[in-house]
Design a protein. Sequence first.
Length: 491
Amino acid sequence: MKIYFSDFFDISPDDLEQYGAFNVSLINDLPLFIDPFLLFGSKKPEYQNLHNEILDYLTFLKSKSAEGIDDISQIKSWYIFSEVKQNWFGYSKVGNSGSGLGEKFGRAMSSSMHIVFDDLRKEKVTQSSHLEKAGLFEIGVGKDNISDFTTNLIKHYLLNYTETFAKKFIDPAQLKVVKVDKVYFDYDLERWMPKEFTLPFIFNDFVILTPRDILTKDDNWINSNDLRGDFTRICNSIQNDQLRNEIFNYFQKRLPKPPKNKKNTQKEITQAIQATIRQFPEIIKWYIKQKEENKEGAKNISKQKVQEVETVFIHQISSFVETLLEQTQFYEINPQSSYDEALQRIAFLKQVIETNDGYRLFYIDGKPIKREEDLQIIYRLTWFASDFDINREVNNGRGPVDYAVSKGSKDKTLIEFKLASNSKLKQNLAKQVEIYEQANNTKNSVKVILYFDNSELRKVNKILKELKIENKPDIILIDAGRKTSASNVRQ
């Protein structure tokens, strides 16, 4: 069964690993992205060059920002990029199409360059400037924007990297000469230029490979969560006594006085921290200085996160698929409708998870995965060999459902895939899916609830009983708790 790059292009996964490339899924995006800090922190000359090229482009943008950019055409030319969907990374739950960098991002960046990068290439506290600073000022630039921007700025390297591998290992019949837009920036013409490459080609598009050692998951090494979480320690590291005292005084004044015998809420503390950072941007420089001093930590953590993604989304999914292939009935399903298909397929998945060691799919180092986003991607990767379409549903203004299974416009079933530990499970079961059904013109939906232990099962059963839906056939509970090999009893 074909799921990964190596499957579709009939190459050895070992060749990809030795080359240093990640073996992406060509069915669904995987939750990884390029962290620009890993370019800065690497000892490889080619990565250092990429980091410097990013700074070159930021320097150009800052100079234009100082002159004043009022023309939307310039913002579109210099700031707005399509998502590089061909690398098959990102946050899409179905397929590989994301939102990319739009006008909102362009305007936010262009108007704030002089604030964010005030000391660009004139650093006194830090060793270098970093693109990630743009995500620390609350100007509408998030980690997904940083990732997309980085990927576009180093796209020429990724394309050359892929082309070199493709010409050596892939059948020429599976390659195609492709003219790619916005590959490199011509500083004389002040415009992005196209270039041709010979690339792996499938599904009417090319594929880009990415080196494993510049990938991470969840957060950039430089990120706003760490900045706020380490606020006190960062401020204590500031060597200027007067500045340090002014920062703490300002922070204390921004904290509202709590009621008697009460402490400030986390929300109040976070708001006070953010106000202080806006007032004293110097804090960000000292935070980045600490991050720069732990380059090895950045590389080690990213390596661990990439290995976790490989464990769950490649190795364990492959084992899971092999188990399903042994269940011949799984592929003999002949449903009459999308609703039948969804119910029968989930029933077989439930069987494999509960009785055929399929539960192992949901564990890393003995610990359960309890992130709905990851579980939903796992679920999507098991939907193949079916005549039905399974897609992430478009947001109709009332929130998107997890998946819609359909065959034609009149046969659609919605699927919600939830954890028993979800604090809003009762609310979802009571109203949410029914609202989605109305918005999507269907009366069919299936709710799949994954639980990991007896306490979670009791919680779910209590909710179902309170809502008087405990015997509904479209609510399926799956036990992903760990079992002993001898008795199938949860450890």
